[in-house]
Design a protein around this ligand. Structure first.
Ligand SMILES: Nc1ncnc2c1ncn2[C@@H]1O[C@H](COP(=O)(O)OP(=O)(O)OP(=O)(O)O)[C@@H](O)[C@H]1O
Ligand SMILES: [Mg+2]
Length: 296
């Protein structure tokens, strides 16, 4: 069923879902003030997942860059006028020129266990939305898929889930995540519930914010810590450092790796709760409300 959508959250969730348990990482770059598109959220979620899966399969330990932005296209481009462009770029081996026109064929696959349907389905969904899929690749240079969808700049997005009138929590929450998108979404999810949210992009930043807040006499009640930070201080290490400052600290671990031992036994690892990405705003609010109140 089609609805007027903000594709930002949908792309974020699709990418997180596709990269669950994968060794590679996704870098998301979603423009502010995206135009709405009229689309079926389930089908477009599938498009995002198919492209991100292919990208992660092309270079399993690589970084997949995913961006979403408003663009205006001039005729004869199809579609033309205001569009949303979803771009998925990988660092894989690329696709030889003589194979580029076959990759959208149903059942065309070069993978051992591939159905060869991912791109065929992607293309037919995008066509049903009046859009277009374009691919650019050179052997050794990685591959870029662009999906263009007609946008409706003058229409307001209808949010399927209006922010619930939850009772104000009045909690000071510090969120540490290396992904900007997650920090933004966390803030957006918790602020309407009455939380006073600060964000940190690294463990080091989280520690200095925690310390500064204590010194200013406005200590945090709760931390939400990303478990794995590529090349940086992860949630566990950060928690240990924060506990040295504040032995009574209460922290929630957040991770996209649902199979992680820390998520499975978060208490043994010193956390008061665990939440698996991608979570919805409502799930996050519920967890924070459940554990957030300061004991006593
Ligand atoms: N990012 C990419 N880099 C390199 N080759 C790609 C990429 N995306 C698609 N291909 C090529 O296109 C083929 C078809 O892709 P498609 O997603 O339709 O099927 P598949 O990935 O093989 O199978 P399935 O999607 O069912 O797992 C792939 O087998 C691969 O050869
Ligand atoms: Mg595929």
């Amino acid at each position: 069923m089609k609805a007027l959508l903000d594709l930002g959250p949908l792309v974020r969730e699709g990418a997180l879902f596709a990269s669950r348990g994968a060794a590679g990482t996704c870098r998301l770059d979603v423009q502010e003030g995206l135009w709405p598109v009229e689309a079926d959220p389930g089908q477009l979620g599938q498009v995002v997942q198919n492209l991100v899966l292919n990208a992660l399969e092309a270079r399993p330990d690589g970084t997949v860059a995913i961006s979403l932005e408003n663009v205006r296209r001039e005729p004869p481009a199809m579609p033309s006028g205001p569009c949303l462009r979803l771009r998925v770029t990988d660092q894989g081996p690329g696709i030889p020129a003589d194979r580029l026109d076959r990759i959208f064929d149903p059942f065309y696959s070069t993978k051992l266990r591939g159905s060869g349907l991912g791109l065929a389905v992607t293309q037919s969904i995008v066509a049903r939305h009046g859009g277009q899929v374009e691919v650019r690749s050179e052997p050794g240079q990685g591959t870029t898929f662009d999906v263009y969808l007609p946008a409706l700049p003058d229409r307001a997005v209808v949010h399927p889930e209006p922010p619930a009138p939850a009772p104000a929590m009045r909690l000071r929450v510090l969120v540490m995540d290396d992904e900007e998108v997650i920090r933004r979404v966390t803030q957006r999810a918790l602020a309407p519930a009455g939380c006073d949210v600060e964000v940190a992009g690294s463990g080091e930043e989280a520690i200095s914010r925690w310390r500064a807040a204590r010194e200013a006499g406005r200590p945090f009640d709760l931390a939400v810590l990303d478990l794995t930070v590529p090349g940086g201080m992860g949630g566990q290490e950060t928690l240990a450092a924060l506990r040295a400052l504040d032995p009574a600290i209460r922290a929630i671990v957040s991770s996209g790796y649902s199979s992680s031992a820390v998520l499975a036994d978060y208490r043994a690892h010193g956390f008061v709760a665990a939440i698996t990405k991608p979570w919805t705003a409502e799930q996050l609010r519920r967890v924070v409300a459940a554990v957030g109140a300061r004991p006593g």
